[in-house]
Ligand binder design. Structure first.
Ligand code: ADP
Length: 588
C-alpha cells in the first residue's frame, strides 16, 4: 500500500506539473518581487481553514520560502480522506504550490488543506514559487493473480480480507484515489438478528423476524434465497467484523424494523467510518494489494468464463490483470443521472447522496457476458438530505427522537416509516421539502449527530418560536405540534400517525432544525447472483469465475432497502464472495 501511495503521489505530481505549466502558480501575487522570493522566508507557521467536519489546522515549515514539511495539527475529516490528505500534502511540498487538482469525492478536504496552507503562507509573508517536478509515469504492465476485485468499498474489502485469509492472492482495483466508496458515507449501522448484544438487552429477535421485515420493506420483490442468507448470516458476520477489530455492541432502531436491531459503531460513530478504519488496518496487516486510481474498464472473458480484467491507470494507460476469478464489487449507479433517469424518468433533476464514483460502470462491463440484471428500476431516494449540498442526515436522528414538519409547522407522516414512504410524503408537501425538528437530547445521543452541528448544518435556537422564524416555517403551529407530540410521548401513543417509537420529549433547549428533501440514495437492482455470489446469465447459468457482491448486485433488497441492511449486505455477501472465490481458485 505504501509504495502505491507514493507512486500515486508522484503521478499526481507529474500531472500537476503539466497543468501548472512553467513555474507561475496562482499563489504568487502579481506584485511578487523575485529578489524577495530568492532571499525567502524561513520558519514554522500555523494555518487554519474549515474542513468538512470542523476546523482544520496545520503547520507549514518554510525554508527560503520553500515548503519543507506540512504537519496536520487538528482535523475532523473522515478517516477515509487520510490517503487524500497524505497525497495532497506530498504534492504541495514537492511542487511548492497549493495549485493542486481537487480530489473528486473529497472536495471539501482538498479545499481545507489548500486553504490552511495558503493561510499559513500568508501569515509568513512568503511568496511561493512553484517547482518543476518530473517523475516517471506509472507502469502499465500486464500482471496475473488468483482473484481480482473491482472496487475497494465495504463489499470489495470484505471479499479481499476473507479471500486473503483463505490463502488466495488478491489484487483490488479502485478507481478513486482513496478506498471506501459509498461505504464511507454509511452513518446508521448494521442490522443483525438475535446477537448476543440484543440478548443482553432482552431484545427478542430472530432471523425469521428479520427476514419478514426485510421482505415487507422490500415489497416482497426480494430474492428470498438471498434474504435468507442475509438474515441468517448477519449475526455471525457481526462477530467476524469484531474479530477484525470492529465494535458493534450498541443497538438502536431504524425505519422499517419491528425491533431494535441496528448495531452501531462505538459512541454512535458513523458505521462507515468505523468499518473502513477496520478494513484499512486489515489491508495493511494482511498486505493486500490495492491499486488506487485504477479503473476497471472491461471484464475479459470467453465461452461464458472470465479470465481477468482490463484496467486504466491514472495516466490513461491500460493493462490486463489476468485472474482465475473476478469479484465485481463496484457499487451502484446512484451518481449516474443518465442511467438513473433511463430506468426512472421521474427522478430527473434529483440530487444524490452517492460518491461521484458510483456510476454503474459494471453494467456495461457485464453486458457482453449476457449477465442477468434484476430489479434494475428499483431506485431508492433517501428522505432526509440537505438540498443543494446533498448532505445526508442519518435516519438515526428520527430514530432517536426528531419529528418531521412541513412549512405550516405540522407533522404529516410517521417519521419511522420506510424510506420510500417518507420520501413520497415529503414530496407531497409545499416546496417538496420538510424540516427535522429536535432538541439537545437527540444531539447528545450520537457523535454522528453532533458532527452535523459542528459542520454548521443545523439551525439552532433557544425557543421553538425563534427556531421556526429562522427556518421560515409557521411559528405558532410548530409550538402546538411539539406540545401535542410531547403529550403523545407521555402516553407512548401517537394516534395521529401511529409512530411506534417515541424516545424523548422535545423540551431541552437548544432546539434544532434542518431543511431536508429526498435525493437518490441506493440502487437496489443490479447483477443477478446466487447464494454463493456467483453471477448468473440470462440463460440461468453461472458465469464461470465471476462473482459479485454489494450494491452492484440486485435481489437482496427488492423494491426498497430498509435502513441498516446495506452494511449487512456488503459484509455478508462480500465475505461469501471472498471465501467462495478463494475455494474455487485453489484447484485451478
Ligand atoms: P459497496 O457498498 O457495494 O461496497 P461502495 O460504493 O462502498 O459499494 O464501493 C464500491 C467501490 O467501487 C467505490 O469505491 C467505487 O469508486 C469503486 N468503483 C466503481 N467503479 C469502478 C471501476 N470501474 N473500477 C474500479 N473501481 C470502481
Amino acid at each position: 500500500m505504501k509504495n502505491i501511495k507514493k507512486m500515486i503521489a508522484l503521478i499526481m505530481t507529474l500531472i500537476l506539473v503539466f497543468s501548472i505549466g512553467a513555474c507561475q502558480p496562482e499563489d504568487v501575487p502579481e506584485d511578487t518581487n523575485d529578489e524577495q522570493a530568492k532571499e525567502g522566508i524561513s520558519g514554522i507557521f500555523e494555518g487554519e481553514s474549515n474542513g468538512k467536519g470542523g476546523p482544520f489546522v496545520l503547520e507549514v515549515t518554510l525554508e527560503n520560502s520553500e515548503i519543507q514539511d506540512i504537519k496536520i495539527l487538528e482535523s475532523e475529516e473522515s478517516s477515509y480522506t487520510e490517503p487524500v490528505i497524505a497525497d495532497l500534502t506530498n504534492q504541495i511540498i514537492e511542487t511548492n504550490s497549493t495549485d493542486v487538482e481537487v480530489v473528486s469525492g473529497a472536495t471539501l478536504t482538498t479545499k481545507a488543506i489548500t486553504g490552511a496552507v495558503k493561510d499559513a503562507v500568508k501569515k509568513s509573508g512568503a511568496s511561493l514559487v512553484a517547482k518543476e517536478v518530473t517523475e516517471e509515469a506509472e507502469k502499465a504492465e500486464d500482471i496475473s493473480t488468483d482473484i481480482v476485485i473491482i472496487g475497494a468499498g465495504g463489499a470489495g474489502l470484505s471479499a479481499a480480507i476473507e479471500a486473503t485469509n483463505a490463502d488466495a492472492k488478491v489484487i483490488v482495483v479502485e478507481k478513486n484515489g482513496y478506498m471506501g466508496g459509498n461505504t464511507n458515507y454509511a452513518t446508521g449501522g448494521m442490522n443483525a438478528a438475535n446477537t448476543k448484544y440484543q440478548q443482553d438487552k432482552g431484545i427478542q429477535d430472530s432471523p425469521e423476524l428479520y427476514y419478514n421485515d426485510t421482505l415487507k420493506g422490500g415489497k416482497n420483490k426480494n430474492d428470498v434465497s438471498l434474504v435468507k442468507v442475509l438474515t441468517e448470516k448477519a449475526a455471525e458476520t457481526v462477530y467476524w467484523l469484531e474479530e477484525l477489530g470492529a465494535e458493534l455492541s450498541e443497538i438502536g432502531r431504524s425505519g422499517g424494523q419491528s425491533v431494535d436491531r441496528i448495531h452501531k459503531g462505538p459512541g454512535g460513530m458513523p458505521i462507515g467510518t468505523h468499518l473502513m478504519g477496520v478494513f484499512t488496518d486489515q489491508v495493511d496487516k494482511l498486505d493486500i494489494e490495492v491499486r488506487l486510481n485504477t479503473k476497471a474498464i472491461d471484464i475479459l472473458g470467453e465461452d461464458n468464463k472470465v479470465i481477468g480484467i482490463k484496467v486504466e491507470n491514472k495516466d490513461g494507460n491500460t493493462y490486463n490483470i489476468n485472474a482465475k476469478a473476478v469479484i465485481v464489487a463496484s457499487g451502484g449507479f446512484g451518481a449516474n443521472a443518465e442511467i438513473v433517469t433511463e430506468y426512472n424518468s421521474d427522478l430527473e433533476g434529483f440530487g444524490t447522496t452517492n460518491q461521484p464514483g458510483a456510476t454503474g460502470d459494471a453494467l456495461a462491463m457485464v453486458d457482453k457476458l449476457d449477465v442477468s440484471l434484476v430489479d434494475i428500476k428499483e431506485i431508492q431516494t433517501h428522505p432526509t438530505v440537505v438540498p443543494i449540498i446533498n448532505e445526508l442526515i442519518t435516519e438515526g436522528v428520527r430514530g432517536d427522537g426528531a419529528i418531521l414538519v412541513n412549512r405550516e409547522g405540522k407533522r404529516f407522516i410517521n417519521e419511522l416509516e420506510t424510506r420510500d414512504t417518507v420520501s413520497q410524503a415529503i414530496l407531497a408537501q409545499e416546496g417538496k421539502t420538510a424540516f427535522l425538528i429536535f432538541d439537545q437530547q437527540v444531539v447528545d445521543t450520537a457523535s454522528a449527530i453532533q458532527k452535523y452541528k459542528d459542520a454548521g448544518l443545523l439551525t439552532e435556537a433557544d425557543s421553538l418560536k425563534e427556531l421556526a422564524q429562522k427556518l421560515d416555517i409557521n411559528d405558532e403551529d410548530i409550538e402546538n405540534t411539539v406540545n401535542t407530540y410531547n403529550q403523545y410521548y407521555k402516553d407512548q401513543n401517537d394516534p395521529d400517525f401511529n409512530r411506534r417509537k417515541l424516545p424523548v420529549e422535545i423540551t431541552n433547549k437548544p432546539f434544532y432544525g434542518v431543511e431536508i428533501g429526498p435525493a437518490i440514495h441506493h440502487t437496489m437492482g443490479g447483477i443477478k447472483i446466487n447464494t454463493n455470489t456467483e453471477v448468473i446469465n440470462n440463460s440461468g447459468n453461472v458465469v464461470e469465475g465471476l462473482y459479485a457482491a454489494g450494491e452492484v448486485t440486485g435481489g437482496v433488497h427488492g423494491g426498497n432497502r430498509i435502513g441498516g441492511n446495506a452494511v449487512t449486505d456488503i459484509t455478508v455477501f462480500g465475505k461469501i464472495a471472498g471465501r467462495n472465490a478463494a475455494e474455487a481458485v485453489k484447484n485451478k
